[in-house]
Design a protein around this ligand. Structure first.
Ligand SMILES: [Zn+2]
Length: 471
């Protein structure tokens, strides 16, 4: 309350002294004034959108990243190359305070791997070991398979999993509902004595594509190897189980951890012209899984958020507050980049006005998810109306992201995610098919435009987001 009252007193002075916005501030006196503060932003918003959609720069930059460096698992030379490339390119763009911030990351190594049905007939399965999984002993594991469709079914036959390879064959509904089989299935099955786990891929059924992703072992069960298999292979195991008789699988995985490796978050800025210590963060994660090219997850998110700053620089738009792009390391298999940022920037988290993460693909933009106060939501809803021309004016509840999460929770920072048409995302998520050709250059440019306008206006508002004077 004290802080808000203080800002309310200070704001009119600031507005009169240093801006030509006039006497109206966001929500200053109802809907009429609301329109008038927003009017000031129509011209810069139009320029940002116009520049973004006038060419395919963002898509070309993503193609360069994914073609010349490829996928970027934490701890690999490829991620190091991507970090160095991003620093060079940000400097070339003319961003300010371009730097890296050191983060120690886990180094999980997939190694060679295979999963074969060996009885009643031989079938090689389309598989990918799950990130963070241990490997099998040399020579592999061969065991009868128990197929279950849910944790409840596993719990209902506690003796049946002992000594078996458990296959979780839950049809994909949505990520939130089914990802638990990938993340927790290994330990659930191990607690009943299973020797390994196969998980029906967490994704839309494709053309025999396995989807990798991280698992988390719980402390109270033995660690056992776990792999994703394509939906077709899970369906085959299900049919075999339903017919009765033995189904035997041979699983070999060399997966293991090497010692932690030094990595980094990459940071660039447009320094604020009046309140440089107040910061709007836009971000994506530069690391990816070790399959495909990490184009949609999350090279695209990195590029479109970085584009916000490049566009401002090109158009000579310098907002009141600092806009900072952060390209996170280690989102996929550790989250260490987000934790390191929180710890490194703890002293200035209170000055973070907004944190945005784009990690759901860069398909046709719809708008943003938002978590924050009602006052802040009202403001971002108004700003989003500037994006009606590119179809991105929707503000939905619940913005956030894995990497901004630690900072957001620690300092109660308003959080935003870029919302896009998700139809294609879980078809290619964490697969060999996550390549730049799945992304449309025009849709990607619109994503960049949406982030640029939102970041610019929030950073430039006369009063801090959510703390404008209320009447
Ligand atoms: Zn991601």
């Amino acid at each position: 309350m004290t802080r808000r009252a203080g800002l309310a007193l200070a704001l009119p002075i600031l507005v009169v002294a240093v801006t030509d916005l006039g006497a109206q501030s966001p929500h200053g006196a109802g809907s009429t004034s609301r329109t008038s503060w927003l009017d000031e932003y129509r011209e810069p918003a139009g320029r940002l959108i116009g520049e973004a959609v006038s060419n395919t720069f963002a898509w070309q930059r993503l193609a360069v990243l994914t073609d010349t460096i490829g996928n970027r698992l934490s701890g690999t030379p490829a991620l190091d190359q991507a970090i160095a490339w991003a620093v060079t390119e940000m400097k070339r763009d003319g961003l300010e305070n371009v730097r890296t911030e050191r983060v120690m990351v886990p180094r999980w190594v997939r190694g060679r791997e295979s999963a074969d049905i060996v009885q009643p007939a031989h079938h090689s399965m389309a598989m990918l070991g799950l990130g963070n999984s241990i490997g099998t002993p040399a020579g592999g594991i061969e065991a009868d398979v128990l197929v279950v469709r849910s944790f409840e079914e596993l719990d209902s036959k506690p003796a049946a999993a002992r000594g078996r390879i458990v296959c979780f064959n839950a049809p994909f509904t949505n990520y939130g509902e089914t990802v638990r089989f990938r993340s927790a299935g290994a330990s659930r099955a191990a607690s009943y004595g299973a020797v390994a786990v196969l998980v029906r891929s967490i994704g839309v059924d494709g053309l025999r594509l396995p989807h990798t992703g991280a698992l988390q072992y719980s402390g109270d069960a033995p660690k056992i190897p776990a792999a994703a298999i394509a939906s077709e292979d899970a369906d085959r195991l299900q049919r075999m189980a339903d017919r009765g008789g033995r189904t035997v699988v041979h699983l070999e995985m060399e997966a293991h951890f090497d010692p932690d490796v030094e990595s980094a978050n990459v940071i660039g800025e447009i320094r604020g012209r009046e309140k440089p210590d107040e910061v709007v963060v836009v971000s994506g994660h530069l690391d990816s899984w070790d399959v495909g090219a990490g184009a949609t997850d999350d090279g695209g998110g990195c590029i479109v958020t970085w584009e916000a700053l490049r566009l401002m620089k090109m158009l000579n738009l310098r907002p009141r507050r600092t806009v900072r792009v952060v390209l996170w390391t280690n989102e996929e298999n550790g989250g260490r980049g987000g934790l390191a940022y929180r710890d490194h920037h703890r002293a200035e988290l209170a000055n973070h006005v907004l944190m945005l993460e784009s990690d759901s693909g860069v398909f046709r933009p719809l708008g943003f998810g938002f978590s924050g106060s009602d006052a802040a939501r009202e403001t971002v809803r108004a700003i989003a109306t500037l994006l009606g021309g590119i179809g991105a004016s929707q503000i939905s509840n619940g913005g956030g992201g894995a990497d901004i999460g630690p900072s957001v929770q620690d300092a109660h920072i308003p959080a935003m995610s870029l919302d896009v048409d998700g139809t294609k995302y879980f078809l290619i998520h964490h697969t060999q098919a996550d390549t730049v050709d799945k992304i449309d250059p025009v849709e990607m440019a619109k994503c960049a435009a949406a982030v640029a306008v939102m970041a610019y206006v929030v950073a430039d508002l006369p009063g801090r987001l959510g703390q404008e004077p209320r009447h």
